[in-house]
Design a protein around this ligand. Structure first.
Ligand code: TMP
Ligand code: ASP
Length: 236
């Protein structure tokens, strides 16, 4: 399958049309941003790692009954995916306190929750992706009631699958962000990516951070952390 015109360029990926109206090609960049794009940089090799890790994890999820947009990996950076219209919600699942949760509620990072939490952010850069509840999402027609309940059920199921999977790699899945899309027939699939950009991964023994927080917080060793997660997931 070949790229035709570029449809979209985001902070970490570009999306191209193909001859097939139901498929697009995603191309992952090494560009990294944080805090609404105010912090910018490059993480060498990130595009290939995020592409390959996302595809590998999406195939595991498919085998476990989660529909995804994944079709076919073309090369290190590029993947054919089903064309979707993205539901403008970032779906965040947390197993341990970290990041904005710890900050908002004034707690330390690393508290283990009795049950995972879920929150939505409204995907809107101009508004800085504000936290939003289900009533507000319905009021703004961002998704239907049925879609919100399907998204919630899928997100918790994805968490159970991925949490167990990463623990086998001696990694705690602290929290992560998902995006869902609608196919042309209206059905929902998991879209976007699952990578060190969109998840917090802590080594289960040392709690060392193996994700984009190393970039966000200037901790150093950013490339090494991405490489280490690649090695644990794909064995290289
Ligand atoms: P947070 O603690 O900053 O709200 O982040 C929660 C999770 O969501 C974390 O794993 C990082 C991920 N995330 C994204 O993928 N994109 C974003 O724009 C933000 C803010 C967080
Ligand atoms: N990627 C997001 C941004 O550039 C935020 C993040 O991942 O921290 O704003």
């Amino acid at each position: 399958m070949e790229k035709t015109v570029q449809l979209y360029e985001g902070k970490a990926k570009k999306v191209y049309a193909t001859e097939d109206p139901d498929k697009v090609i995603v191309s992952y960049k090494d560009d990294a941003t944080a805090f609404d794009g105010s912090k910018r940089g490059t993480i060498l090799g990130k595009g290939a790692i995020n592409n390959r890790m996302t595809n590998y994890l999406m195939q595991i999820l498919e085998k476990n009954g989660i529909p995804t947009h994944y079709v076919e990996e073309l090369n290190d950076r590029e993947t054919v995916v089903k064309r979707v219209s993205i539901v403008p919600l970032e779906v965040i699942i947390r197993n341990l306190s970290a990041g904005s949760f710890a900050k908002r509620y004034g707690v330390e990072e690393g508290l283990v929750f009795e049950a995972p939490t879920l929150e939505f952010s409204y995907k809107n850069d101009d508004l800085h992706d504000p936290l939003i509840n289900e009533y507000h999402a319905l009021a703004l027609h961002l998704a239907t009631r049925e879609e919100l309940s399907q998204i919630t059920a899928m997100a918790f199921k994805i968490n159970e699958i991925l949490k167990d999977y990463f623990l086998q790699l001696n990694v705690k899945l602290v929290d992560f962000k998902l995006e869902f899309g609608r196919l042309s027939n209206g059905s929902l699939v998991l879209a976007d990516e699952i990578s060190p950009d969109t998840c917090r991964f802590w080594d289960a023994t040392t709690n060392e951070k193996l994700d984009k927080d190393r970039f966000r917080r200037d901790l150093g060793g950013v490339e090494d952390a991405y490489q280490e997660m690649m090695r644990r997931v794909l064995g290289e």
